[in-house]
Design a protein around this ligand. Structure first.
Ligand code: PEP
Length: 255
């Protein structure tokens, strides 16, 4: 990949129903002819097959929100990467801050999930980001660098060209408090530099998304930053026309 094609990924979190999703899909299909960006819609497991059918003929692909780091066996309630591929998934979010905080996922477990996703043929969107306390303690770069380093040690930088990194400051997720474009670019630049130290070619190709209260009104300004290649969108992605507007806010490919 020479230039970085923008990518906008929806994260529906634990929302949706067959009926509500059908409505969303109808609105999305009507507006998705020329999206401008690559797009992913990440839904709860029960709705992945519905999305597989409903997104056919659009440029968007199906994503899951988590996967098991194991291949098979006695892991009640868990889902393997192969099962996700089987129901039409191409992408999977790993290490979302809600999984790190609410399910105790460590950096090592997130890295194992990223490796497992790649092994199963999925494109991982690896989430990293600092909490408010960490930012206020001046630890943002250290925290983000460590989170990324553990993933790079597990899979290497070149493998992430198949997926993406999402920088999501935890204090901006679902709070309505967005990082300023300058704050976001500062961290994205550091992420790009860390990738470059590992593999300059990969650093030019890997897409680094911003996530945290992105809305149609602030998306263009964020996406215009040099090292921001699109977004991971939670709340605003539940409204199809807002998600479409955010997809339309991307600039030309960078890199
Ligand atoms: C997210 O869930 O990854 C996210 C960024 O949520 P929101 O857009 O609602 O802040």
């Amino acid at each position: 990949m020479s230039a970085r094609r923008p990518l906008v990924a929806a994260n529906w979190k634990m929302n949706g129903s067959i009926a509500a999703n059908e409505q969303w899909l109808a609105e999305f299909r009507a507006g998705a002819k020329n999206l401008g960006s690559d797009a992913v819609v990440s839904a709860p497991y029960p709705y992945l097959a519905q999305l597989w059918v409903g997104l056919k003929g659009t440029p968007a692909e199906v994503g899951a929100q988590d996967l098991s780091e194991h291949r098979a066996g006695a892991y009640t309630g868990d889902v393997t990467g192969e099962m996700l591929v089987d129901v039409g998934c191409r992408w999977v979010i790993v290490g979302h801050s809600e999984r790190r905080a609410l399910h105790g996922e460590s950096n090592e477990r997130v890295a194992a999930k990223a490796a497992r996703a790649l092994d199963a043929g999925l494109r991982p969107i690896v989430c990293i980001g600092e909490t408010l306390a960490e930012r206020e303690a001046g630890r943002t770069h250290e925290v983000v660098r460590t989170q990324l380093a553990v993933v790079l040690a597990a899979v290497g930088a070149a493998a992430l060209e198949r997926g993406a990194i999402a920088y999501e400051p935890v204090w901006a997720i679902g709070t309505g408090r967005t990082a300023t474009p300058a704050q976001a670019q500062e961290v994205h630049g550091a992420i790009r530099a860390q990738l470059a130290a590992a593999d300059p070619g990969a650093a030019r190709a890997v897409r680094v998304l911003y996530g945290g209260s992105v809305k149609p009104a602030n998306a263009a300004e964020l996406f215009a930053q040099l090292d921001i290649d699109g977004g991971l969108i939670g709340g605003a992605s539940l409204i199809a026309r807002d998600f479409l507007a955010i997809c339309a806010a991307v600039p030309r490919p960078k890199g």
